[in-house]
Every structure is written in C-alpha cells, then in structure tokens.
Design a protein around this ligand. Structure first.
Ligand code: ADP
Ligand code: MG
Length: 252
C-alpha cells in the first residue's frame, strides 16, 4: 500500500529547472534515504511533496487524496486549500534548522499545532506532548525554552513536535547537518527508534552509515533527476552509475 506517490514532478525557479521529472512511491512502513550532491534538488523535492513549494507539472497523491495533478496540458492543478491542509497534516517535516518557536517552552511548541489545527482537548494535547518528550528522551525539559537546549535536543524537540500531529509519514531534510558531530548520534538514534516502530520515513541525509543501517531503499539524485535507486546495500556498496560512485567516494 502506498502512502505517498509523486509522479513526474517538475519545478523551475525563474528559468532554472531544478526538478526534471522526479517520481517516487513510498510504501507504508518504508524508510527511504535520499542522497546526492548539494544543489541537486533534494530539499526542493521534499518541499514540493508538502506544498511548501508549488510544482509546475506532476501529480502528488497522499493516502487516498490527490494534492495536485496534471490537467490536459500537463500543468499542475491543485486541490482545494482545505484538502491540501488535510493531506499536509499526514506529513511531518523536520528541517536542518530546527525552526522551533523561540518564545515558547518545549511543551508549548509541541502543543501548539494540535490545539490550533486539530482543536485537540488541552489535557489530551499535554498528555500526548509529554509522552512524545519521553519518547525522544526529553521528559525533563518540558518547561525549557529552545535557547536553553543543545542543537541535538532542539532537533529532538522538532521531531517530537512533528509527531504530535500523528503523521502517517515523516520527512527529514538533513536533520543532523547543522549539528556538532558529537550531537548527531542522539538525533539519529531517535530516528532509528521511529524506523523500528515502522514509521514511514523519507530522509534526505549525508549520513551514509545511517542510510545503510536504517533505510530499505536509497535514492541518488543529481541535477534534478533520480540517477539511481534501489536497495540500500546495492546503491551504497555496489552502485551501477558512475555519478553515484563518484558522489559516494567523496562522502564516505
Ligand atoms: P539540495 O537540497 O539538493 O542541496 P535544493 O533543492 O536546495 O538542493 O536546490 C536545488 C537548486 O534550486 C539550487 O540550485 C538552488 O539554488 C535552487 N533553489 C532552491 N530554492 C530556491 C528558491 N527559493 N529560489 C531560487 N532558487 C532556488
Ligand atoms: Mg538541501
């Protein structure tokens, strides 16, 4: 069963074609790692999936709802804002910069969207938030403010916050790239735990060890295209394409 299907996604910024026909199907419970050089369109692709960016052409379907599809001329036509909001909620996003609300406590960061978006019961939202903080090992930091936390802790809060809306799929865009090396492990561990619980995940990452250990499928992107994809061990240990080999020799 597919949770997410993206077909033939094209995206231009001004005259620069950044995505040149990207397709991806994500199965329930699957962990997919997207790797590739800087500027290859990985972040743009993730942002398009969630309509943080519009697309020029293509089709995106999320769990039974169609977010955008082509008209007869191949142009992208979006669903209503209401339907998009509903589908977006199924997708949790975690970015390189943690983007926590600086003036809110950790607990408030986690409770905000459930209260505003889902009109959750406050006691229930608090209980869920505390359980999620426990899950990411931050049960003692509910009343801390982001500036009081290390980068690794802030990123774990960001993950918990994304989980608070109970998404069907979690997308991560280089979640450890902004962290000091000694702090990446704790964030990767939280992600591994999620994978063990069969959370569906799409992870843009330069952590090849993590991709090898946790991802079932690896996608190598270059210049707005998927150049190679397959089982993690095949793409990472025995790539077919010269461009993949070349990239891996630089990051490993
Ligand atoms: P990656 O995440 O693989 O490093 P990006 O998706 O961030 O790649 O960027 C792909 C290309 O698109 C880059 O050349 C980048 O400069 C360009 N780009 C990304 N976002 C924008 C934007 N908002 N406006 C103009 N160009 C952009
Ligand atoms: Mg990027």
């Amino acid at each position: 069963m597919y949770i997410l299907q993206a077909q033939d996604i094209y995206k231009k910024f001004n005259s620069t074609e950044v995505l040149k026909g990207i397709s991806l199907q994500v199965e329930k419970g699957e962990v997919i790692a997207i790797i590739g050089p800087s500027g290859s369109g990985k972040s743009t692709f993730l942002r398009c999936l969630n309509r943080l960016e519009t697309i020029d052409r293509g089709r995106i379907e999320i769990q039974g709802g169609i977010m955008v599809e082509n008209d007869a001329g191949g142009r992208a036509v979006y669903s209503s804002e209401k339907d998009i909001a509903r589908m977006r909620q199924k997708m949790g996003m975690v970015f390189q910069s943690f983007n926590l609300f600086p003036h809110m406590s950790v607990l408030e960061n986690l409770m905000l969207a459930p209260l505003l978006v889902n009109k959750a019961d406050p006691d229930q939202a608090r209980e869920t938030a505390l359980a999620l903080l426990n899950k990411v090992g931050l049960e003692n930091n509910a009343n801390s403010y982001p500036f009081e936390l290390s980068g690794g802790m802030q990123q774990r809060v960001a993950i918990a916050r994304a989980l608070a809306l109970n998404p069907d799929i979690m997308c991560f865009d280089e979640p450890t790239s902004a962290l000091d090396p000694e702090l990446t492990g704790e964030v990767l561990q939280v992600m591994k735990d999620l994978a063990m619980e069969h959370m569906t995940m799409v992870v843009v990452t330069h952590e090849i060890g993590f991709a090898r250990e946790v991802a079932q499928r690896v996608i190598f992107m270059d210049e707005g295209l998927i150049v190679e994809e397959g089982k993690a061990e095949e793409v990472l240990l025995n790539p077919c394409q010269e461009r993949t080999r070349n990239f891996l020799s630089k990051v490993l």
